[in-house]
Each structure stands twice: as C-alpha cells, then as structure tokens.
Design a protein around this ligand. Structure first.
Ligand code: GDP
Length: 297
C-alpha cells in the first residue's frame, strides 16, 4: 500500500493533539516538528516541506482554532486540507478539442509506465467519455515499444497506427492525426519515446512533435517510486516541452509519498491520474482530498 509509513507517522502525531480541549503554540510546534520529519522521511522535496509546515503552523495558531471548542480536531482538519491542497486541490478534467480529434501526447522516461498508461487512459476515455481512440506508436527507438502498443491495442480492441522503426516520429504523429480524421477516431494518443535519462535529443524530438500536431494535452507519466526525483523530472519536461498534466504510476506499490506530495508544488501542474496496477483497467482519476484522507486514515 502506498504512503503506509507516512500515514502511520502522521496518524500517530495527530492522535496526540486530536482530543485536546486546549492547544498551545508549543503543542503546535511539537506536532509540526514530527510532521516535518515524517514528510522528509517520505522523500518530499525540502522546500515543499518548509512551506507546508509554515502554512499549517500559521493556520493552526490562528485565533479561530485557539478559541474553538474542539481545537485539536481543527488542527487535524487543517493538516488534512493542506495535504490535499499540496496534491492539487480540486480534481481537474481532461481538455477535449472543440473540433475532433483531441490529440493527447504521452511523454516520460523509459520504464515510467508510459506505454501501459497510454492503453489504460485510452480505455478509461472510451468507457467514461464514450470516445473512440486511436493509438499511435511514435517510439521508434525501442523496438519492443511498437509491439507492446500493438498488443495493448489488440487487448482493448483499439486501432494502432505505426510506420515501423525507420519512420520519423514527427511524420508518424502527423499521419496518425490525419488517419484519425479519416477513420473518425475522436482521440489520438501519441506514445512518444522515452530515455533512461533526460537528454537534449529527446527533448528536441518531443518539441518537434508538439509543434507539428499541437496537442490538446501533454501528459507526463512518472513513476511514484522515484520519490521527489519525479518532481524534478516533471519540472524539466514542463520547461522543455510543456506539460498539461501528470500521471503518477505504481501507486499500488509501497511508494513513500514524495512524488505525490512534491510534484504539484514544484511544477504547478496537476496530477490528473493515478496508476494502480499493471492491468489495463488499473487507472483512476487522482483525487487529492481522497488521497489526503487515505494518508491520514
Ligand atoms: P514505458 O517504458 O514508460 O513505456 O513503460 P511501460 O509501459 O513499458 O511500463 C514499465 C513497467 O511498469 C511494466 O512492467 C508495466 O506493467 C509497469 N507498470 C506501469 N504502470 C504501472 C502501475 O500503475 N502499477 C504497477 N504495479 N506497474 C505498472
């Protein structure tokens, strides 16, 4: 289960303050010291931790809390609200093009779960929004990538557009959009290449694809297991290519929370979906307030 360690520590800390009929500044200070340790241990970005602690502390020693009948519970609520805020506040919807097809570009480092997530998201969009997606294989460098997308397309009963490994990814993307128009597919997913690390060639290629097809959404797929590094990766992709939303994968694993709690603050971009397993239906819209409640029990 994700965030188990963080959840346990925060729950223990908040338990101490919860029932108090009177909360002093010293109580808040002591609590926030423990919250700070718990967040750092969960691999949350240090700057994010500092801002979080400052914000909660300020609200928790405010007169409305101190004078309330249940100050302990008020403080717990503030922590819950601010945790949700940290992960993005309200859930955001998908932007569909006014004139179809909607183009969704999938980007990310190799192994993050990009190709799998392309299938999962196409599946979700078909089910939830009644759309007809086309999947385009624009990762020509990893030979197995095209095959992987073909397999996913077969499993879902969805068309896959590919031009083999010799074609130019920009051409593939452009032709995929043309093909979608022809075949009345109203959403096109472009599964782009990933690398083990961020490199300039990859970024240039992604910018070229972006310029050529002007996507409605650019979803960055990041592995939650990589902690706050995921936030740095997201920041770079956003600066270099422009990202509209993040998909956090592998939240079914025992990830500590650093990625989920850092990404929004570091990049300003919303986490839109969460990958919860390897199967093609294991993707959920990301709900910050539900996630905060899950962490705090
Ligand atoms: P890509 O290189 O970014 O395209 O990554 P892949 O889509 O090939 O995924 C890499 C591995 O991560 C595969 O074994 C996937 O099954 C696995 N994976 C992707 N998303 C999730 C997820 O949400 N949970 C789990 N447990 N595994 C995932």
């Amino acid at each position: 289960m994700a965030f188990e360690g963080l959840g346990e520590r925060l729950q223990q800390t908040l338990q101490k303050i919860k029932g108090k009929g009177k909360v002093t500044e010293a109580d808040v200070k002591e609590m926030m010291r423990e919250v700070r340790f718990a967040l750092i241990e969960a691999d949350v970005n240090l700057k994010v931790v500092k801002e979080f602690v400052k914000k909660v502390s300020e609200r928790a020693v405010g007169s409305d809390v101190m004078q309330s009948l249940t100050p302990g519970q008020q403080v717990v609520k503030i922590v819950r609200d601010e945790l949700a805020e940290l992960m993005g506040g309200e859930t955001e919807a998908i932007t569909f093009a006014k004139k179809p097809p909607t183009v969704i570009m999938m980007v990310g480092l190799q192994g993050a779960g990009k190709t799998t997530t392309t299938g999962k998201l196409a599946n979700l969009i078909r089910k939830k929004y009644n759309r007809k997606p086309l999947l385009a294989a624009a990762d020509v460098y990893r030979p197995a990538a095209i095959q992987q997308l073909e397999t996913i397309g077969k499993q879902l009963g969805m068309p896959v557009f590919q031009l083999g490994t010799e074609a130019d990814p920009v051409d593939i993307a452009k032709q995929a959009v043309a093909k979608a128009k022809e075949d009345h597919n109203d959403v096109v997913f472009i599964d782009t290449a990933g690398r083990l690390q961020i490199d300039e060639d990859l970024m240039q290629e992604l910018r070229n694809i972006h310029d050529a097809v002007k996507p409605d959404e650019v979803y960055l797929v990041v592995d939650a297991m990589t902690g706050q590094v995921a936030a740095n990766v997201a920041e770079t992709f956003d600066q270099q290519v422009g990202v509209t939303g993040v998909v956090l994968t592998k939240l079914d694993g025992d990830t500590r929370g650093g990625a989920a709690l850092s990404i929004r603050s570091v990049t300003g971009k919303p986490i839109k979906f969460a990958g919860m397993g390897e199967k093609l239906d294991a993707l959920e819209p990301f709900h910050p307030e539900r996630m905060a409640s899950r962490i705090l029990g």
